[in-house]
Design a protein around this ligand. Structure first.
Ligand code: SF4
Ligand code: MSK
Length: 636
């Protein structure tokens, strides 16, 4: 058993190295934070105004409320939905940036981007009601871009978000209307939620939670349009075979890590790297080697097969290899400490977005007009750094696992269609009806060092697979499985139950791919959870039942970010039972906790449950799937 809180052997080796050189990693910092403050941990600390922090102190006269009179349920509800606002703002701003570049491409104003997937452009245009018949591609693209940007700008509260209504089925849309959580504009929903949770505005926890759900639906719209427009610009993922773990870093090459979330620059870095192999060779390297971390890594993995170096909690450790020449970061989930880690080596940290700078790091401002120039400059900086690499400090764990990824919904449909061309999703729902598989689980979200890095992700995956549950994965969860060697055909043989094995065998026979299908289908980055919800909606449509009745569960085994809270919240609104592997800071109010874990089920069919124990969580998810199957069978 490792002395560190990780199951990743490569990470353990690098943590030994960090210890040797005296670098304190996030693992040390997580330890330093213990024990946590109970008020913060349970959500009953309010810092919304300057009279705070106010804590709920029930034993003190006057202490059972904040200075303003806010009760525990108001404080907990406000804190919770403000996480959603932060998460939705992050996803949506990412989506908006893609939409702006997309508009400029449609207007012919930028040269480094183009429409790559015209089929997807046509499909999205038709779905959102843009006229396509006999029209020029760029005119269609411009209309799509304008509609996307209008999703942010809309202030007319009688309107509904296009990327919700057109991609959800009518039953869910009606549910969103009936519960008054259908958003009209993304920016409006987020501003309203911040207003609603200002001191002295909403004190009603249920009303606050519904405001939060409205913002969470804005989040899914922002995610969905980010996914769609990125696919149209950069291509929609198709199955790729690559590798994962720190062994993907190559001692003889110029190594550049692409880290963050927004593919706008990283995608161009991939193109530039292909052109600049000779420059790297002239500097004495065997070429340029790109690796991914977090969701930028997932974006370039899906579309370009770029290997995964590592995931959120172990990002500093990629630098500890001594062979990372540059780490290019954009937005979200980037630890500021990577700069300190880089100081121990020759690594250059390059920030690229105006809202994300780290003192002491290089800043190459991303500008869509000069994206290729910036990408080339970054690669040249890495080549220069390579020349200064101290070979004595290089120590790359010899650990890498084969990964089969790139499963956009389109890619999955292409496989399913080979079995059932008319109704591809029937391949899944028939297998469920036949009892071959119990249902579908989406494994999503981050790492959280309140637990052991990647333990919950991989344990839950193995447990569910053993119980014949078809697995989808995104974000750092997908990366955890890839790092651990679960994202390939061998893992099916090792971990899948008999039913799941048969299901995979049928898909493999039809797919005709050069590699066997993996134990879980990597559907992409955090914003690509929209693909996962499309999968669930297609299941509901195929089965002819409401979303809340399909055998589908979601698990964020090591949730950490505000974005994960937003994603979890909209999953609940869509009717999905949603496991979270850390105790949420809602437990400080019995009322709020009951609303999100129990009452939510009566209203939406979906609900949260908190369970840090991976085995217990898996057992509960299997039970939920079985119960939904049983209810569906009873209905017939
Ligand atoms: Fe305290 Fe109320 Fe201010 Fe919160 S809003 S910090 S409970 S006074
Ligand atoms: S990167 S949001 S730690 S999944 Fe998307 Fe990973 Fe969570 Fe960030």
């Amino acid at each position: 058993m490792s002395e560190y809180k990780t199951i990743d052997v490569a990470a353990t080796q690098m943590l030994d190295k960090a210890k040797e050189i005296g670098f304190l990693t996030t693992f040390d910092r997580a330890k330093a934070q213990e024990p946590r403050c109970t008020f913060g941990n349970t959500g009953i600390c309010c810092r919304i105004c300057l009279q705070g922090p106010c804590r709920i102190l029930p034993k003190k006269p006057g202490g059972n409320k904040g200075v303003c009179g806010a009760m525990d349920y108001t404080i907990v509800a406000r804190n919770t939905v403000r996480y959603i606002a932060g998460g939705a703002a992050a996803h949506s701003d990412h989506g908006r940036e893609i939409a702006e570049t997309f508009l400029h491409v449609a207007e012919g104003k930028v040269k480094d981007y183009k429409i790559t997937d015209t089929d997807k452009l046509m499909r999205v245009a038709k779905q959102i009601g843009v006229e396509t018949e006999g029209r020029d591609i760029m005119a269609i693209a411009k209309d799509v871009a304008m509609l996307a940007l209008q999703e942010f700008a809309e202030v007319d509260e009688s309107k509904e978000l296009t990327w919700i209504t057109k991609f959800s089925n009518e039953t869910r849309n009606q549910k969103f209307r009936d519960t008054t959580i259908m958003p009209s504009g993304i920016n409006l929903s987020l501003a309203k939620l911040l207003h609603q949770t200002h001191i002295g505005v909403d004190a009603d926890p249920v009303n606050i939670i519904f405001g939060g759900l409205k913002a969470a639906l804005s989040d899914v719209a922002g995610e969905h349009l980010a996914t769609d427009l990125s696919d149209i610009l950069f291509g929609t993922g198709v199955p790729v075979v690559t590798e994962a773990n720190l062994g993907a870093i190559k001692a003889d090459k110029v190594n550049i890590a692409l880290h963050g979330h927004n593919p706008l620059l990283s995608q161009v870095v991939v193109t530039a790297a292909k052109e600049m192999q000779e420059e790297a060779k002239a500097a004495g390297a065997a070429g340029v080697n790109l690796v991914g971390i977090c969701c930028t890594g997932n974006e370039v993995l899906m579309r370009e097969g770029v290997p995964i170096a590592t995931n959120f909690s172990t990002q500093e450790l990629a630098i500890m290899t001594g062979a990372m020449d540059a780490m290019v970061v954009d937005v979200q989930c980037i630890m500021p400490s990577i700069r300190t880690a880089a100081e121990c080596f020759h690594t250059k940290i390059v920030t690229t977005m105006p809202i994300m700078k780290i003192p002491g790091a290089y800043h190459f401002a991303f500008d869509e007009q000069h994206a290729m120039d910036s990408a080339k400059k970054i690669i040249r900086l890495a080549i220069e750094a390579f020349k200064n690499r101290d070979k004595d400090k290089v120590c790359i764990p010899n650990i890498r696992n084969t990964v089969v990824a790139g499963f956009s919904l389109e890619a999955m449909y292409n496989i399913f269609k080979k079995i059932n061309p008319e109704s591809p999703m029937k391949v899944v729902t028939d297998a469920i009806a036949a009892g071959e598989i119990k249902g579908v689980a989406a494994l999503i979200g981050c790492n959280n060092l309140k637990g052991t890095h990647d333990f919950n992700h991989t344990t839950i995956a193995q447990e569910l697979a053993k119980n014949d549950v078809l697995l989808l994965a995104t974000g750092c969860s997908a990366q955890a499985h890839a790092l651990a060697g679960l994202m390939n055909g061998e893992a099916v043989k090792k971990y899948a139950g008999e039913g799941l094995k048969k299901f995979h065998a049928r898909l493999n026979a039809a797919a005709g791919l050069t590699a066997e299908l993996p134990l879980m289908f990597h559907m992409g980055s955090c914003v690509d959870n929209s693909r996962v919800q499309d999968f669930a909606t297609a299941m509901a449509n195929e089965m002819g039942v409401d979303n809340a009745d399909i055998p589908f569960v979601v698990s964020a085994p090591e949730a950490m970010s505000e974005k994960a809270v937003a994603i979890g919240a909209w999953n609940v609104a869509y009717g999905n039972p949603t496991h979270v592997g850390v105790i949420a800071p809602t437990v400080g109010s019995q009322l709020v906790n009951d609303v999100v874990t129990k009452i939510a089920e009566d209203v939406f069919g979906g609900f949260f449950f908190w369970e840090p124990d991976a085995h217990k969580a898996s057992a509960r998810m299997v039970e939920i799937l079985e119960e939904r199957n049983w209810k569906n069978a009873m209905r017939k």
